[in-house]
Design a protein around this ligand. Structure first.
Ligand SMILES: *Cc1c(COP(=O)(O)O)cnc(C)c1O
Length: 397
């Protein structure tokens, strides 16, 4: 029998705050009650602050993040439309697969796993697309499989430089509410997130930011949709209701989550993630191991994929951590299966929770025979956390 907490160091689901759990411990209610809009309307407004949009809208669907991808595509595009994408991990790959299954032509640029959106290639493709056949450009903001963050603003700059009218779609499932994201400033047309990552909630909600431009595509878009139709959401959400039974219990959790994020302040939330992530990266370096992300410009502040040294199976580290030490680590997916293990460091998290994960990793690595000085990684993180003040971005960075 296992005693004590099981450490959850996967990049989603993340740790759920007591406040969120308590907020969901409510009697079920009538989602058509006269006072329901008094609850939902301010929630929609406050969600816009999380996405940093004043001109766009936010939709909340009862499904996982993958459903959000489907909503983005089917509300805006038609079969045979071309979209520009890049693949550098399991999530960017699955998004392309979804587009292909809907009959879109995907111009998918293959990128070495460990790097992110190739701005030069995007510029080259878009600048030769004189008759604007590319209808949408896809950006996986944070590739959770490899721990790589891409430059969304850079893609916007390219579209603006070229005067290209393509829609800009962002997968922000593992970045929203953890890493800086600015929907209006970056001209993002649809951004998709999910409840079980930065929002610190159970799985079950896809939360989307949608621009007026994307909303305007719904009538002309040829792809079929019903459950995900933005127009039904607009009509009912405007009155504070939904086109179907909403996941009201989860919405109470979301209310608590948004309150916590706004109370801490988004910039402080981002700084906290950066500081905790830097501690993890210091540990990886002290172990003498490699980050799967190929350089600091790609480093993710929400997840770090660590490359197991030659001759060692990353899955053995994960299994040992779980079986012996009650610690869940993220597995390598697809191309990097068995090669990397991942530490999720997002959501409701502080220094000692990170140190717990690092300590568990050290025990598991020692058990499987990976050579390193016990305590080296934990020590490096301890130094990092004590050398930098909580909530303050290091002056040097
Ligand atoms: C988790 C994740 C998804 C998938 O979301 P689900 O909620 O599992 O459907 C998509 N993209 C990224 C970047 C993710 O991290």
């Amino acid at each position: 029998m296992k005693t004590g907490y099981t450490g959850l160091a996967v990049p989603g689901p993340t740790n759920m705050p007591f406040q969120v759990r308590k907020a969901m411990d409510v009697a079920l209610e009538d989602h058509r009650a006269p006072d329901f809009p008094a609850f939902t309307k301010p929630l929609f407004e406050d969600l816009k602050k999380i996405f940093k949009t004043e001109t766009g809208r936010v939709f909340v669907y009862p499904c996982s993040g993958t459903g959000g991808w489907e909503a983005a595509i089917t509300n805006t595009l038609s079969e045979g439309d071309t979209v520009l994408a890049s693949v550098f991990g399991q999530f960017s790959l699955l998004w392309v697969d979804l587009c292909q299954r809907f009959g879109l032509k995907v111009d998918a640029i293959d990128v070495e796993w460990g790097k992110g959106v190739p701005l030069d290639d995007y510029r080259a493709k878009l600048s030769t697309d004189k008759d604007h056949r590319i209808k949408a450009v896809l950006v996986t903001h944070n590739e959770t499989a490899t721990g790589v963050t891409s430059d969304v603003a850079g893609v916007r700059r390219i579209l603006d430089d070229l005067g290209h009218p393509a829609l800009l779609f962002v997968d922000g499932v593992s970045s929203i509410a953890s890493i800086d994201f600015r929907m209006d400033e970056w001209g993002v047309d649809v951004v998709v997130s999910g409840s079980q990552k930065g929002f610190m909630m159970p799985t079950g909600l896809a939360i989307l930011g949608v621009s007026q431009k994307a909303l305007g595509m719904a009538d002309g878009a040829g792809l079929r949709r019903c459950f995900f139709d933005f127009r039904d959401m607009v009509k009912t959400n405007d009155q504070g209701y939904f086109p179907y039974t909403p996941a009201a219990t989860l919405l109470h959790g979301l209310r608590a989550s948004v309150d916590m994020l706004l109370e801490e302040g988004l910039e402080n939330v981002f700084a906290r993630h950066h500081r905790l992530a830097s501690g993890v990266r210091a540990a990886v370096e002290a172990w003498g191991l490699k980050n799967c992300a190929k350089g600091p410009e790609w480093y993710s502040d929400t997840v770090t994929a660590i490359v197991a040294p030659e001759g060692f199976d990353a899955n053995a580290v994960i299994k040992t951590a779980y079986d012996r030490y009650n610690l869940s680590l993220g597995a390598g997916l697809n191309k990097v299966a068995g090669k990397v293990f991942r530490i999720g460091h997002l959501g409701w998290l502080n220094e000692i929770m990170v140190l717990q994960a690092l300590g568990g990793v050290e025990m598991a690595m020692r058990d499987v025979g990976i050579p390193f000085q016990a305590g080296a990684g934990v020590g490096a993180a301890v130094e990092h956390f004590t050398d930098t003040r909580a909530g303050v971005r290091m002056a040097a960075e």
